[in-house]
Design a protein around this ligand. Structure first.
Ligand code: FAD
Length: 405
């Protein structure tokens, strides 16, 4: 019987193990993760977990008994330090060495860090793991001023939670457009307006010079244009880097992610990569793509599980993503990055609308705010060969759901 080793026990690694068993894999299955404990979901870490609406046990992807039932050997709190591809062997940081027939890399990504003077003061936080979220949550109680560095999804989700808790929030962003990498100008401006209405202040178009502190505790964030922003707590959310060093050291091609083909296989036929760490050829983008989303990790895991069980198909998952900020539930389907026109369907003032993004007249994606129906229709539209025009998209008399069927 074959042995399959999965490195990384996050969203993608867990799903890989679960899908292999669902597909009937009856060989040895090892899931190696360097974080302590059972696999858990990250999205609530910047949302319900911080507000106290959800507890740690509820973050778990499966209860502990699941792994024993499914004979998934979870090796937690240990790190894979080397891959010997010739011998098909993985070495762990405790010296243990494990032999595989197939290896799946699901190593995810880690936070990009800000190395300016004062970066090691207390009160400066990052958010990726449950451990990060625990310390951040613990430090939010009783503070009055927070500065968020980076207006991406994690920064703005935290800003919404902190404002709702009565904390004074300033967001500093190096570019001039919050969420600019991910969203159309219409939607990103809508989010800026919403955050400002909740009382958050934006400082745009400047980087960070340094942090000031007293007694080892951060007190101010100083921007490159000379503004001194008082802070009891700082959250840095300036993006992530793929965890690809293990693959690179094993001689596998890496760029912005571990390079895989349309079957999510590296140049080594026995090594695959999925999730945040992999750079793959997407049907929805012009070039190789690396996505950071639950959908991407889950769908890629399912695709590789099916291939390892003898049913290969090119990966064609439709990218979708969500973010919750205050009363706004954003859902995105497709990749809207290269769009050249955008139209609005629905009622922005009533906080229910969607932005349909087109490139060369073709629908690339939809950004929906409190409009789950448009989002679901969008998933079907992008899966099929529909020729939705901007005129139809904005026409509320036009039945999108029926058309998408
Ligand atoms: P991960 O879940 O990061 O798992 C990788 C695991 O591998 C980690 O535990 C890592 O420590 C471990 N690892 C790395 N190297 C090694 C090694 N050498 N040996 C052993 N273990 C190793 N996505 C959405 O779609 N919607 C959201 O609303 C959303 N919100 C988010 C909020 C937060 C705060 C964060 C951090 C992420 C959010 N995401 C969201 C993104 C989503 O969680 C990730 O895209 C997803 O977890 C990726 O899964 P993955 O398996 O590729 O990586």
């Amino acid at each position: 019987k074959r042995t399959i080793i999965i490195i990384g026990s996050g969203q993608g690694g867990y799903q890989m193990a679960a899908s292999l068993r669902d597909e009937g894999f009856d060989g040895r299955l090892l899931l190696i993760g360097d974080e302590p404990g059972f696999p858990y979901q990250r999205p609530p870490l910047s949302k319900a977990y911080l507000t106290g609406k959800t507890v740690e046990e509820a973050l778990r992807l499966r209860p502990p008994a699941y792994y024993a039932d499914k004979k998934i050997e979870l090796i937690e709190g240990r790190r894979a330090t080397a891959i010997d591809r010739a011998a098909r062997r993985v070495v762990l940081n405790d010296g243990q060495s494990l032999v595989y027939d197939e290896l799946v890399l699901a190593t995810g990504a880690r936070n990009r860090t800000l190395h300016v003077p004062g970066h090691d003061l207390d009160g400066i936080f990052y958010l990726r793991t449950l451990a990060d979220a625990q310390s951040l949550k613990g430090s939010m109680a009783g503070i009055s001023r927070a500065v968020v560095i980076g207006a991406g999804f994690i920064g703005l989700e935290f800003a919404a939670v902190a404002r709702a808790a009565g904390i004074d929030v300033t967001v500093v962003e190096a570019t001039t457009r919050p969420l600019g990498r991910a969203l159309s100008p219409i939607t990103s401006q809508y989010f800026v307006d919403a955050h400002e209405a909740w009382g958050t202040r934006f400082v745009l178009g400047t980087g960070i010079s340094h942090f000031d502190g007293v007694g080892g505790q951060v007190t101010h964030v100083v921007t490159q244009d000379g503004q001194q922003l008082a802070a009891d707590l700082v959250l840095v959310g300036i993006g992530v880097l793929p965890n690809q060093e293990l693959a690179a050291e094993a001689g596998l091609a890496c760029e912005n992610g571990i390079v895989v083909n349309q079957f999510l296989r590296t140049e080594d036929p026995h090594v695959s990569a999925i999730g945040d760490c992999c750079l793959y050829p997407s049907f929805f983008a012009a070039g190789p793509t690396r996505l950071e989303s639950v959908q991407n990790a889950v769908d890629q895991a399912r695709n590789v599980a099916a291939r390892l069980m003898g049913r290969p198909t090119p990966y064609a998952g439709i990218p979708w993503f969500w973010s919750d900020q205050g009363d706004l539930k954003l859902q995105i389907v497709g990749l809207t990055g290269g769009h050249d026109s955008a139209v609005v369907r629905g009622d922005p003032a009533g906080r229910k609308f969607s932005v349909f993004c087109f490139g060369n007249g073709r629908l690339l994606g939809i950004e929906s705010i409190n409009q789950a129906g448009d989002h679901m229709a969008g998933r079907k539209l992008l899966a099929g060969h529909h020729d939705l025009t901007p005129d139809k998209a904005v026409d509320l008399e036009f039945d999108l759901r029926l058309y998408a069927k």
